[in-house]
Design a protein around this ligand. Structure first.
Ligand SMILES: Nc1ncnc2c1ncn2[C@@H]1O[C@H](COP(=O)(O)OP(=O)(O)O)[C@@H](O)[C@H]1O
Ligand SMILES: [Mg+2]
Length: 269
């Protein structure tokens, strides 16, 4: 029953502080979190509450001040091929075509030319960019660049995809379209996704599970299943936002985000 899956993400007793002008400033309070394979976990919280810090710890870009991050039973000591990261701003090489950008990971791992091309085609198709494969990133809109970045990350076939407000810089219509696409990709690939957002609506719409973090230092103050976008939930996306259960959860998430927590170690009782 309790056997650890190879790609389960475990954040155990994690605290993190940053050294700012000689002082330790806490960014994350005690975080305990297990993400099961195949979950699409959305993490919402006010700006500055530590969302990116948590994602960077799971990505292995830095080590927690206290506690541990594990994938399966292996401690995370740095970035790994089983974890792909999608940033808010697309990170594409401007001198490479979209296709070459997507092929880069497979190329670095020594895949044959044909295999690379097949992989790129598959993922460009999945994100709806087949017809601009030969274009340079600067010829694409922001939304298309973000799609290309997602294809580039998926082409490495990571089990776990870490996304830090990937749609935050997009206009509302593009954002909604990409949200629907992400759900389709998730259904098609079964990836484990940790998706960070400061949008309540995005968190509730996308998540199979929604987490809310308190203001700094971040703690998880809400952790609830949200089945609206999950496979087998047959309501079309445009009707989901009107469902009573959806409206209800969105309200609970909204209240949780606005909750003021007393500052740790500082505020008088
Ligand atoms: N490299 C850093 N050095 C010092 N403080 C940092 C650093 N990165 C983040 N912080 C601080 O940690 C807190 C959490 O930041 P962050 O994780 O980026 O929050 P969020 O992504 O939720 O907006 C903020 O107060 C931020 O100023
Ligand atoms: Mg952030």
């Amino acid at each position: 029953m309790s056997s650890t899956h190879e790609h389960e993400v475990e954040v155990a007793g994690v605290r993190h502080s940053f050294r700012v002008q000689g002082r330790q400033v806490p960014a994350l309070d005690r975080i305990d979190l297990t993400i099961q394979p195949g979950e699409l976990v959305t993490l919402a919280g006010p700006s500055g509450c530590g969302k990116t810090t948590l994602l960077r710890l799971v990505a292995g870009f830095m080590q927690p001040s206290e506690g541990a991050v594990r994938v399966g039973t292996r401690p995370v000591r740095g970035p790994g091929i089983e974890r792909g990261v999608v940033f808010q701003q697309p990170t594409l090489f401007p001198w490479l075509s979209v296709q070459r950008n997507v092929e880069l990971g497979p190329r670095l791992r020594g895949r044959s030319k044909q295999e690379r091309a097949e992989t790129a085609h598959r993922y460009l198709e999945l994100v709806g960019l087949s017809d601009v494969a030969g274009h340079r990133p600067y010829e694409l809109s922001g939304g298309m660049q973000q799609r290309a970045q997602i294809a580039r990350v998926l082409a490495n076939d990571p089990e776990i995809v870490l996304m830090d407000e990937p749609f935050g810089a997009l206009d509302a219509l593009t954002r909604e379209r990409l949200q629907n696409e992400l759900l389709e990709i998730w259904r098609a690939t079964g990836k484990t996704i940790l998706f960070i957002t400061h949008s309540v609506d995005e968190a509730v719409f996308l998540g199979s599970r929604v987490l809310v973090m308190s203001p700094r230092p971040g703690r998880i103050v809400l952790d609830e299943p949200a089945v609206f976008g999950t496979p087998g939930h047959l309501v079309p996306p445009e009707e989901i936002r009107a469902l009573p259960d959806y409206v209800d959860l969105r309200e609970r998430v909204r209240v949780a985000i606005q909750q003021r927590e007393p500052a740790a170690g500082g505020a008088p009782a």
